[in-house]
Structure formats: structure tokens, C-alpha cells
Design a protein around this ligand. Sequence first.
Ligand code: 13P
Length: 254
Amino acid sequence: MIRNPIIAANWKMNMTPTETEKFFSVFLKELPTSNLRDVVIAPPFVSLAKAADMLMQADSVKLSAQNMSQEASGAFTGEISAAMLLDLGCRYVILGHSERRSLYGEDDVVINKKVHAALAAGLIPILCIGESLEQRDGGQLESVLSTQLEGSLANVSTDAAKGIIIAYEPVWAIGTGRTASPEQAQETQAYVRSVLSRLYGAAASEVIRIQYGGSVKPGNAAELISQPDIDGFLVGGASLDPVSFAEIVRAGCC
Ligand code: 13P
């Protein structure tokens, strides 16, 4: 089974519209023309329109939001709906990032509602899961990941699940410079795929792309992506630099 790698940038709360314009003026020149991978950039909400403008001539790069409301519209001050994101040109939306879970109290019930709202609107969820160091050291790795997957994907059909991207991001590797070793990431992602197989069957689980996220850099990307169950990356810090991110896109590719 060949799964086309998907390399995504999560800019988090970085990059003004002006900085976004500067990023793309460099990144689009660095991007390989024979790029075979799916490339996705998730700017903050306020920079999506500028990113969409800059990508008019580069339809190989797709836009993602970093979060969205589970509600369709109405009196939800400060929230952003799936329809708004689609109208801005987004194809993807990151849901359940560990920072949303730990800093903003999002649990699997809320994330599941967001997954359904995104799918209903036609956005592709990039669903993040991952364990803390305490949970890993305490022997809870598998139960944490399977609980997150079961909860976030509750009542999602097999057909819909096949299109979802899963991002495995060990919390202890996010922004710490401490990457999971290729073997650790592979072993965990094979486990994630086994849970997907239990939920949706082996054939569907072979189609679903699973990204790795957590201190991915140009220097470790090629080795990580050579692992059979690592189908791409969700990159934080290193995606803010257009040259580094282009290098990660190129790693082991083309
Ligand atoms: P870093 O690449 O900065 O570790 O962040 C990973 C991440 O959280 C991407 O969503």
C-alpha cells in the first residue's frame, strides 16, 4: 500500500499577515517543482487570507486552519466556523492539538463534535493524538492513544475515516527539541494503525495517513519518514523558516 506523504506546517500563534507574505515569497521558490507530496500550511486565522492570496499561483500547497468551532453559526463570540474556513480556501483543519487539549480544556467529546462538523462541511480533519511523558513512563501509552482515537472518532463512518489524517504527536516531543526516535515513532504509529484497523478494518487502516509531529527538523526528517507507518509530518517550530520547511518537504522525496 502506497500512502502519499503529507507534510504540514502548524504555525501556531506565529506569523502576521506581513510575515506570511514574506514566508511564501521565499518558500514557493524553494519548493521542489516535481514535488510528489501533499504540502499543507496552517497559519493563524488572521493570516489565512494573505496565505490564500500568495497561493493563487501554487495549487500544490493547501491551506489548513489550526482549530474551528463545533457550531455551524450563531452567537459564539470569538469563534470561527467550518463554512468560514472553506470560504477562505481552507481544505484541512487541525483538531485536538495537545495545546488545545491541555491549555483550552478540549476533551475527546468536544473534539469529536469538531470532527463531525468539519466532515459535514467538507474539511479534512488533521486529528492530533499523543501521550504525555508521565503517561508513557506510567505504561499508559496504548490506553491513552486508543481512548483518544475512539473518543475523537466516535460515530465517524469507515468511508469518512479513510480521508482523515491522524497526527501522532507525543506531548514530550513538542517544542522540546526531544524527538521520538524513528523506532519509537514507528512502533507507536504501528500501534495507532492497529487501533484504526480494529475500528475500521484492515483495508481502511492501510489507507489512513498517520503523521508524526514533535521536534521534526531538516536533520531528522529523512530517517523518520523512512519508517513504514510514518506518512508525513506535522511541523511546528521548523515550519516557521521557509528554507527549513522546504528542506523537510524535500527530505527523502523526489
Ligand atoms: P514542534 O515541531 O515545534 O515540536 O511542534 C510540533 C507540533 O506541535 C506541531 O503541531
